[in-house]
Every structure is written in C-alpha cells, then in structure tokens.
Design a binder for this molecule. Sequence first.
Ligand SMILES: C[S@@+](CC[C@H](N)C(=O)[O-])C[C@H]1O[C@@H](n2cnc3c(N)ncnc32)[C@H](O)[C@@H]1O
Length: 195
Amino acid sequence: MSINYYNNNAENFINDTFYLSMSELMNEFLTYVGNTGTILDLGCGSGRDALEFQKRGYKVFAVDGSKEMIAHTSKFLSDKAICSTFSDYETNIKFHGIWALASLLHVPEADMITILRKYRDLLAEDGVFFMSFKNRKNNYEKDGRCFTCYTKEKLLSVLSEVGSLDVIKFIDTVDIREGREDEKWISAIVKASDR
Ligand SMILES: C[S@@+](CC[C@H](N)C(=O)[O-])C[C@H]1O[C@@H](n2cnc3c(N)ncnc32)[C@H](O)[C@@H]1O
C-alpha cells in the first residue's frame, strides 16, 4: 500500500529528498563495507544514495517497488535499477553491503522477520546490512503509508529473533529535513554470523 504513495507523489518526494546528504551514516556504513564491493540500495527512492555509492566506485544495484522512483534512479543506474517489491526481488548476487535507509519501515511488522532473513541471506561473507527506522514506540499509518517503528530495545529483540546476525552497532540520529528535527531515527548495522 505504501508504494502507491511514492508513485502518486513522486515529483515532490524526489524534490524533497534527492539533494539531502546522508554522508555521515553512509561513511559509517562504508567503514564496514570496505573500499570496494557490490552494494544493494534497498528501497532506493530517488536514487540519491545509489548514485553516491556509484560515484565512490562501488558496483550498485537499486531496488524499489515504485516505478516512478525506479524511472528516476535508472537515469544514472540504467538496468541496475530494478522495480520490485522487497518480497518479490530475486537475485543470485551476494552483496558486500545492503543499504536500507528509511525503507524497511514500510514493511508490515508481521512480515519483518521474513524480509530481514531474506536479505541477511543475500549478504556476502563479511557483508554488512544497514537499516533505519523511525524511533517510536508505536506503528502508525499516514497518507496511505504504513510505518513500522522501533525503539532500540524492540529492534534488538527483532534482530535476535531473525537469528544468525551480529549487531555491529546502533546509531541514534534526528531527521535532517528542515522542520522535522523532532523525528528521531534508530539505525542498525549488522552482519551475518559466521556461517
Ligand atoms: C521513505 S522512502 C526512502 C527512500 C530512500 N531510501 C531515501 O532515503 O530517500 C521509502 C522507499 O521504499 C519504497 N518501498 C516501500 N515499500 C516497499 C516495498 N514493499 N517493496 C519495495 N519498495 C518499497 C518506496 O517506494 C520508497 O521509495
């Protein structure tokens, strides 16, 4: 259901987000990915971060369920921008990094464990998985989008239920969009346990 929002509000969403800089979180993530490798931008939106990873020399694939977001992202990623839902996406690639910034928050809570296990299993050996969520106690719906929210404690609990994951770190931030500074975010960087 959330995907319709991004198709119907594509121009505004791209204008509001394409020029934001996520370099602080990205630099932290890339510390663990290393200097080279293949990155999946999962729920890429405008493609802002996929483009930045590409500029920094990584091989990048971007997945989003919104055809409008993929139309924008494919301008610089061409056929490596793939229109697919999180649950439908299929690949044989193993990723050194999976970057899910503010995207898995649209996965209904009942499906979260299945989705997290699926992407954990797409990590290369020593690959790392970044995910971020609104740091709130309660899930909610707004403008046709559902938001699954986590406190650090709840996220830790879901990650241990997913299993075979080691948490590298949690990162607390506030929203960088003007006027949204009261919105707190919780991010996690995790890796698959030794397999
Ligand atoms: C809040 S936006 C974040 C976009 C981008 N990561 C960013 O930080 O600007 C969430 C994105 O997830 C995508 N999305 C939501 N639900 C999805 C699903 N089930 N499968 C694939 N993509 C989905 C939306 O189309 C949207 O582009």
